[in-house]
Design a protein around this ligand. Structure first.
Ligand code: ISL
Ligand code: CA
Length: 637
């Protein structure tokens, strides 16, 4: 049992302990190798704060509490070989249906629009389409607040539209992955409504309730979307938990009736022929207790109370039961868990094939630089990708399989984060493609990434649509008003939020140079990026040097050479922080990748020989040195 008296070495031997210490060391810009030092390793856990060199009182207690339910966990050892699976070879394309293609002139994307664009997806060469939620929803969090799991959101169409889409995708050898949001439901879901109408009935215990303290919330937990994580309901005279928006009510997974409902929903969609699920914040479903969160850690991370549910006591039990009761009964479906906050060791406990839980997870440690959050503007340093990939490509084990992504519907466009100068966006988009399709793991593309789509410009809060951004705008206005005065506070708040808002990823897909970029004949629900006359699918499909054709080429390469899927990852010149170079090798082929992670010319760390055949490069050829953000893939013959 880990206690405050345990040594840091004991803590570091546990999966969760290692991940947490690594996370805090990385944020404090200290090397994980610090724990190899025998003196440091023998320090008591209570000395952790001093090790980090900054006051984070209570961090040791947080580690003890988080580890309490996971004592003795040991990740299964890595086997010598990798099991071949179709979903390890596939390329996944995430569609945000609201912004993909409108066909009925209401300014909102729909299922018929996705069906219309299947030829485009075939041309690109993707194997799986992942749809962000399409279920009936009031749209408070753009569909991540589900009101009816067996009904299609009216703006997106009907169940017949869904059946037509699924049939046509399958006829084109494209599989379909749905987005399963079961940590919470909309407050308009019938379960929650019944809980309010009949507090003594069976549905109240579908959700997470607690008595308040006097007139205040049960504890100090805050929502991912700013503000307290509790709503008060006079009907029950209690508070209900919402880790996300005020209309997204957390389900009580400790209730076996809730788990049975979820498995029934999953089986209903799998029986319709769906090929897999991306599972929204699935690591948050097990909460340990409602004690207050560590306020200082909450301040550091930006969310208070997270240690009570980020890796909860019954998480593995629920994930194993879910597989047994649903996915495990169907051949060849695949599951990817969205698991914010799970590090590599906890991910092994959740995805190692012997564990019978999830196939893949999304880890977000590379989406922001260590210790940074997109809530506050900062200059993203591309060099951080090197230690990230070195770790996940060499330590994750052959019984686990990485997901490889740079963008999704929750984050600004990567090319703009790295360098806002449009002169670099094509080269950067191609650099990221070289990395995404040549490291080991399943690539997950986000719509528009294959075009090099960028962030847009928002003029005022009226241009924003995301509940998280609008909440933060209000929160920051209130905070800044105390220092800069109300007149400037709103502008400062908006400028802060506009940098990292999720809305950047949700502007309409840019199809061609016609009105609204060919997305809709009506005014779209969110503004079109003004750069669509240059960055759009039609223009790029006519240009062999475009980002589109570069992605298409790399996807084809990955299909042609199994070495790029299952081959060994062999990093070289690891000491060089400015470049990232590695081999992919198996019995049949050998590939070499060289990437310049900076906006400066860099000396090539390793010489090219006449054996190096350039297959793809974002400058279309090579020079004596590596140019800004240059990325090249060679086959050695
Ligand atoms: O942005 C993030 C990771 O880069 C996280 O803060 C993200 O909000 C978190 O991972 C949860 O995201 C998922 O659940 C939310 C929903 O708003 C997001 O769109 C979804 O991806 C609540 O359902
Ligand atoms: Ca529409």
């Amino acid at each position: 049992m880990i206690t405050l008296e345990s040594t840091l070495r004991d803590v570091y031997r546990t999966p969760a302990g290692k991940d947490i210490i690594d996370m805090f060391l990385s944020a404090a810009k200290k090397s994980p190798k610090l724990l190899d030092n025998p003196v440091v390793g023998s320090l008591k856990l209570s000395a952790l704060e001093r090790l980090l060199g900054k006051r984070v009182p209570g961090i040791a207690e947080m580690v003890v509490q988080l580890l309490a339910a996971h004592d003795g966990e040991i990740p299964p050892p890595s086997p010598a070989t990798i099991t071949h699976k179709w979903w390890k070879e596939a390329v996944v394309y995430q569609i945000y249906p609201r912004s993909f293609q409108d066909t009925n002139g209401d300014g909102i994307g729909d299922l018929a629009g996705i069906r219309q664009r299947i030829p485009y997806l075939k041309e690109l060469g993707v194997d799986v389409v992942w749809l962000s939620p399409i279920y009936d929803s009031p749209g408070d969090d753009m569909g991540y607040d589900i009101r009816n799991y067996r009904k299609i959101m009216k703006e997106f169409g009907t169940m017949k539209d869904f059946d037509d889409l699924l049939r046509d995708l399958h006829q084109n050898d494209i599989k379909l992955m749905m987005d399963l949001v079961v940590n919470h439901t909309s407050d308009e879901h019938e379960w929650f409504q019944k809980a309010l109408k009949d507090p003594a009935g069976p549905y109240k215990d579908y959700y997470m309730w607690a008595a308040g303290k006097d007139d205040d919330a049960p504890n100090n937990w805050t929502s991912f979307f700013a503000g307290p994580a509790w709503n008060y309901y006079p009907e029950t005279e209690e508070w209900a938990l919402h880790l996300f928006s005020k209309k997204q009510m957390d389900l009580n997974w400790d209730n076996p009736a809730v788990r049975a409902e979820v498995y029934d929903i999953v089986n209903w969609w799998l029986t319709k022929g769906v090929d897999g699920f991306r599972m929204d914040v699935i690591n948050l479903i097990s909460k340990d207790n409602f004690a207050n969160g560590n306020a200082l850690i909450g301040k550091t991370i930006g969310i208070c109370g997270i240690e009570h549910y980020i890796y909860g006591p019954r998480l593995h039990e629920y994930l194993q039961e879910m597989r047994q009761e649903s996915f495990g009964k169907f051949d060849d479906v695949f599951t990817v868990g969205e698991t914010p906050g799970l590090g590599l060791e906890m991910a092994k406990m959740t995805t190692a094939e012997e564990r019978g839980e999830l196939d893949l997870i999304f880890n977000f440690d590379h989406i922001d630089n260590p210790g940074k959050s997109r809530i506050y503007p900062y200059d993203y340093d591309l060099r951080c990708l090197k230690p990230y990939f070195l770790k996940w490509q060499t330590q994750y084990g052959n019984n686990c399989w990485p997901s490889v992504f740079f963008e999704n519907h929750d984050n600004p466009r990567m090319v703009s984060k790295v360098n806002a100068d449009p002169a670099y966006s094509v080269v950067l988009a191609k650099l990221l493609a070289v990395m995404q399709f040549t490291v080991k793991g399943t690539p997950f593309l986000y719509q528009g990434q294959e075009l090099g789509m960028t962030n847009t410009t928002f003029g005022s809060p009226a241009d924003l649509r995301d509940v998280e951004a609008l909440n933060r705008c209000q929160e920051f206005t209130d905070t800044f008003a105390q220092t800069v005065g109300m007149a400037d506070a709103q502008q400062v708040a908006f400028d802060t939020v506009a940098w990292g808002t999720r809305d950047h990823a949700r502007t309409p897909m840019q199809w061609d140079t016609s009105q609204n970029a060919g997305f809709s004949t009506a005014q779209p629900w969110i503004g079109v990026n003004p750069n669509y006359p240059v960055i759009n699918a039609a223009t790029e499909m006519d240009n062999p040097d475009s980002v589109f054709h570069f992605f298409k080429k790399l996807i084809a390469l990955r299909k042609k050479y199994e070495t790029l899927v299952y081959g060994a990852f062999r990093p070289v010149f690891v000491w060089d922080k400015s470049t990232f170079c590695y081999f992919r090798v198996d019995g049949s082929s050998k590939f070499y990748v060289e990437i310049n992670l900076t906006d400066k010319d860099q000396k090539r760390p390793g010489p090219l020989t006449r054996r190096h055949r350039l297959l793809a490069g974002n400058y279309g050829g090579t020079a004596v040195y590596l140019r800004p953000y240059e990325a090249n893939v060679y086959r050695l013959v």
